[in-house]
Write a protein that binds this ligand. Structure first.
Ligand code: TYC
Length: 112
């Protein structure tokens, strides 16, 4: 029998289980967070924000001060793999310098 000949009740006659979507969903985005601590120097946090997150000196300083004052700050918002890489790069720099700087990521609120 040819593969196209399907008997009644065969899955070939069923409605598709999922309907084709007219548009692709946008990729989910992730916030990369820098957490405050009492030991990492401010200059080091600014350096990380400049080198890993490509921030200007002014933006890096503002983000660092936000983390220093409020406990944490959003360093940037990225797709999953970019966010993951930036977390790893930040933690590698902090570990190499023996500072306890903590960097994590979390999903952005799903779009309405
Ligand atoms: N609180 C640190 C200090 O006073 C500086 C700092 C800022 C550390 C932001 C971490 O994410 C951070 N040296």
């Amino acid at each position: 029998m040819s593969p196209s000949k399907k008997k009644q009740g065969d899955v070939g006659l069923a409605e598709p289980k999922t309907k084709a979507k007219p548009k692709l969903d946008r990729p989910r985005l992730y916030k990369v967070l820098l957490h405050n601590d009492d030991y990492t120097p401010m200059e080091f946090v600014v350096l990380v924000l400049r080198e890993v997150f490509a921030k200007s000196d002014a933006d890096a300083t503002a983000i660092m001060l936000h983390a220093h004052t409020h406990g944490m700050a959003v360093a940037g918002v990225y797709t999953f793999e970019i966010a993951e890489t930036k977390v790893q790069q930040t933690m590698a720099l902090a570990e190499k310098a023996a500072f306890p700087l903590l960097c994590t990521m979390e999903p952005e609120d799903a779009p309405g």
